[in-house]
Design a protein around this ligand. Structure first.
Ligand code: N01
Length: 531
């Protein structure tokens, strides 16, 4: 093994480059490699964190692991997969970080990454047709193309409970967990939030802490992960199938290894049901209720405490099954069922105040804690981009443009932001897709678009306002045919007080999405103005 490159902590100021990418997770690393190594563009990544990996760099809370199995959750690039094997079917954050080290050794990424570098402002200068990008530490970069690969979880959400700052114990947001870890042994731990993060955090903390108290507003309709160890030889023997696996993944709705079954729910007898594959489940409330009933029966059987059983798996369906992300758990219900742990229903008894040594709920009950883990999620999908000082050609900030709703074209570009492209963000397949699949389908389009621009001597492209109207309508209409709008989820922007309620993700599936995007590219950038 050759050691990986040290990060570049210095670069010219001002920096002149062809392509400035923000974010060094799956998206940014993919774009850097394709644009630099295949097309010969000069590229630089600005990354706010200290390492590659994006979400796997930031998320190091106990239990952080991906809930998509490998090799579906990895790059399809042969030079990366050919001699890499995993230890677990659903790898944890440590193994995913090792994967990024491997990617770096294979593709030599870090030499073009400026770490600890946060973008705070950017605008397009029309006369020079260049983006002018400013960083928090006062440096400037000029780039012909500005690519945002900041992911959907770049802005943390902290609810505004009174007294939050007064807590004297340790308090951490899940995505800002201390790198060196937190010693939970013998501690009374509060976990607030039961999204994918809260479930993982509670499940693993319960193995170390004295007690874990979960504050749940909405039950997570979590499914068994069926984790298993993977064997090196078994994986090496299967490498011959990888090209087909990666080809097939792009043909499925969510960029996975499987798709919806051709059947509807009631085509099968209740005894042979199995969840999440019936094609009507996300469209038909009766079919969806069947899925819930099935889940309920299996889950309630795992919880012996009747109070916890009714909170964790209530008889009344909290929302349609699958319209909020079901976490994949390993022994979450068994851990919560243990007598030392508690589940508080904060819909019935909301949090009233955080005090210096614990949490007071509205029923007057005070619980003492040593550690509070905030698994309260993110201003997802749009929050990160709205927070970067992105100005359009008239100087209007993106946060203003998106104040009352989100507008983009193809979920990759915005009118008034020439030559700026983003991926794994607003109005793309993002939340409804496997991350690496989404990154590759959008990344490939961006790469091809930039090649075409260069080949045809086009200085820049900028989507028309009408194109954005069309895309927003498209995103909304597709979503309105599903059950997604029926729940208050981050998919719908409904997890953040005051945020516009709208579908933030493209729910038409990867193949249809790709077709739409290609249609523009193959028809002289239909929907864009070119200059
Ligand atoms: O965030 P979330 P997350 N009072 O927004 C609760 C991916 N991910 O970090 O549901 C009380 O889903 C909120 O309650 P409610 C994955 O795509 C993947 O868990 O809004 N509670 C909810 O329970 C995931 O979907 C993996 O009623 C409050 C929780 O906090 C996405 O990231 C692992 C509250 C937030 O859940 C985000 O997941 C982790 C308040 N004021 C994450 N405010 C894997 O691959 C919020 N909540 C496994």
């Amino acid at each position: 093994d050759t050691p990986s490159q040290p990060p570049t902590d210095s670069y010219a100021d001002p920096l002149e480059t062809d392509v400035l990418i923000v974010g060094a997770g799956f998206g940014g690393v993919y774009l850097l490699h394709r644009l630099r190594d295949e097309l010969g563009f000069r590229c630089k990544i600005f990354e706010a964190g200290k390492e590659l990996g994006g979400i796997w760099h930031w998320n190091c809370y106990p239990g952080a692991r991906v809930d998509t199995q490998v090799p579906i959750y990895e790059y399809s690039m042969e030079k990366v997969w050919k001699d890499w094997t995993w230890r677990e079917k659903y790898p944890g954050f440590q193994e995913l970080r090792e994967y990024f080290d491997h990617v770096d050794k294979t593709l030599d990424i870090k030499k073009d990454v400026a770490f600890d570098t946060r973008v705070v402002e950017a605008h397009f200068d029309k006369p020079s047709a260049k983006w002018v990008i400013k960083t928090e530490d006062g440096r400037t970069a000029y780039a012909r193309y500005f690519l945002l690969a900041t992911g959907f979880a770049a802005k943390r959400h902290f609810p505004d409970w009174p007294g939050l700052d007064s807590f004297k114990g340790e308090m951490h947001h899940s995505s800002f967990w201390p790198e060196e870890g937190v010693d939970l042994k013998g501690k009374r731990v509060a976990v607030i939030g039961t999204g994918s993060t809260g479930v993982q955090l509670a499940q693993e903390s319960a193995k170390m802490a004295k007690s874990v108290t979960v504050f749940q507003r909405t039950p997570n309709l979590a499914l068994p992960m069926r984790q298993r160890k993977l064997d090196h030889k078994e994986q090496m023997d299967a490498k011959g199938e990888y090209p087909q696996i990666f080809k097939d993944r792009m043909k499925t709705f969510a960029g996975f290894s499987y798709d919806f079954a051709e059947k509807n729910t009631f085509d099968d007898s209740p005894r042979s049901f199995w969840l999440a594959t019936y094609k009507d489940m996300l469209f038909d409330m009766d079919a969806n209720q069947e899925a819930y009933n099935f889940w309920l029966k299996k889950t309630r059987a795992r919880i012996s405490d009747p109070v916890k059983r009714d909170i964790l798996a209530p008889l009344e369906k909290p929302h349609a099954f699958g319209v909020k992300r079901p976490s994949l758990e390993q022994d979450y219900y068994e851990m919560m069922d243990r007598p030392e742990n508690e589940v508080v229903d904060v819909k019935a008894t909301p949090i009233k105040e955080v005090k210096e040594n614990g949490i007071l709920t509205e029923d007057g009950k005070f619980r003492e804690f040593d550690i509070i883990a905030l698994a309260t999620g993110f201003d997802s999908v749009t929050g990160g981009m709205k927070n970067m000082g992105l100005k359009d050609v008239d100087g209007v900030d993106l946060s203003k443009k998106w104040e009352t709703g989100t507008w983009s074209y193809l979920g990759m570009s915005c009118s008034g932001y020439p030559n700026m492209f983003f991926l794994y963000g607003a109005q793309g397949p993002t939340a409804f897709s496997n991350g690496p699949s989404c990154v590759e389908v959008q990344g490939e389009w961006i790469v091809d678009a930039m090649k075409k621009l260069r080949d045809e001597g086009i200085k820049y492209i900028d989507p028309l306002r009408e194109s954005e109207e069309y895309w927003r309508k498209n995103v909304t209409e597709i979503s309105d045919k599903t059950l997604f709008p029926t729940a208050n989820s981050w998919y719908m922007g409904a997890n953040i007080p005051g945020k516009p309620r709208e579908q933030l993700n493209y729910a038409g599936g990867i193949p249809l999405y790709e077709k739409e995007c290609r249609e523009s590219l193959n028809n002289s950038f239909k929907g864009f103005v070119t200059a």
